[in-house]
Design a protein around this ligand. Structure first.
Ligand code: NAD
Length: 331
């Protein structure tokens, strides 16, 4: 098989896996298997300079399910750049340092500060984008393809911790987070379920994209919020201010959010998160490292697919070769 055929094969295979993961919420392979093939395709694209038109490397998410009203996000939702090991993380940080130095070279009167970092858990569930108009929750959507998502307001309203109204009433804002199913809730659900659920990520994603909100309600979902993606007229100087805004407006923010001045400290922290992962009552598939300063974020900007100011450090997947038995196990 030559390189072109291999690339065609990878594109076809990954698109098939994407369909099962994003559209049906029933993955055919583990994340690790998916990531190995995705990385192979990315490498071949870099080496050959060829990107096939239907390559998944240029797009966010998957197709929208029919039956839900589409919602156009007020600002795009992104994927995240990934680092599988410390070397990748260091190259991400070196790229950040270089971009900051380039910017400062061109803008000596308004230089960016030295980067500081925030580390958050990478929740493994379904991205949620909530729209509030004059303080009222008026829409909730999936990430979809990043530009347009599926409107799932009735389903999201079943999550008790999602505020239906917020104190901030100045125009429209969009707030992003992750809908999840706690592992203890999944275990309890399975005690009496006729069709047990195997995996908390697919259980949450499948329930939120179920046309019947009663099914969503039965799963007793939860959510953590971590971003204000759009607002008519608020801006934040840094991540800390944004998180305070979220808490003041009664959003559920994960208690673990840590700030660091140096990248060495970030690297050490990732080890301890990885070790404590098993004690959490929800799934995480890694940690997300973000630059705290908002002006720096704006200067670094975005690729077609992800922000240059954030990276996901993916932990070793817990299962590598399980083909989910969708016949026996519902999502
Ligand atoms: P991603 O891994 O690039 O991460 C982006 C998402 O992370 C965001 O949409 C957000 O919802 C979530 N997130 C969780 N915590 C966050 C936080 N604290 N801050 C910011 N974002 C946070 O998402 P993606 O592009 O949908 O996923 C690609 C990954 O999905 C692949 O690496 C693969 O592991 C998995 N995948 C698996 C299959 C499969 O068949 N098993 C198929 C497709 C994708």
């Amino acid at each position: 098989m030559d390189v072109n055929q291999r690339m065609e094969r990878l594109v076809e295979q990954l698109n098939q896996y994407n369909y099962h993961y994003y559209t049906l919420d029933q993955p055919l392979v583990s994340d690790k298997e998916y990531d190995v093939l995705y990385d192979e395709l990315t490498l071949l694209e870099t080496e050959t300079g060829i990107i096939l038109p239907d390559s998944p490397t240029g797009r966010v998410g998957g197709d929208l399910l029919k039956g839900f009203k589409p919602h156009r996000h007020l600002s795009s939702l992104w994927s995240l750049d990934k680092a599988q090991n410390e070397e990748h993380l260091l190259s991400w940080n070196n790229r950040v340092l270089k971009l900051i130095a380039d910017y400062n070279g061109k803008n000596p009167d308004t230089p960016l500060p030295a980067p500081t970092y925030v580390v958050e858990l990478k929740f493994d569930g379904l991205t949620l984008n909530l729209t509030y108009s004059d303080g009222q929750l008026v829409q909730a959507a999936t990430r979809g393809n990043g530009v347009v998502g599926e409107g799932i307001l009735a389903q999201v309203k079943t999550i008790r911790s999602v505020p239906l109204s917020i104190p901030y009433r100045e125009g429209t804002i969009e707030v992003q987070g992750e809908g999840i199913m706690n592992l203890s809730v999944l275990a309890k659900y399975n005690e009496t379920a006729t069709e047990p659920l195997k995996n908390a990520r697919n259980a949450a994603a499948g329930a939120l994209r179920n046309l019947n909100p009663r099914t969503t309600a039965e799963r007793k979902l939860n959510a953590f919020f971590y971003n204000v993606g759009y607002s008519d007229d608020i801006s934040f100087a840094d991540h800390r201010e944004m998180m305070e805004f979220l808490k003041d407006n009664r959003f559920k923010v994960n208690p673990y959010v840590s700030y660091f001045d140096s990248f060495d400290e970030v690297m050490q922290e990732l080890h301890s998160i990885s070790e404590s992962r098993a004690s959490l009552d929800y799934l995480i598939d890694g940690a997300v490292i973000k630059i705290t300063d908002m002006r720096t974020r704006e200067a670094l900007g975005y690729t077609d697919k992800f922000p240059r100011w954030a990276v996901a450090y993916k932990f070793e997947a817990e299962e590598t070769t399980t083909v989910l038995e969708s016949v026996t196990w519902n999502v």
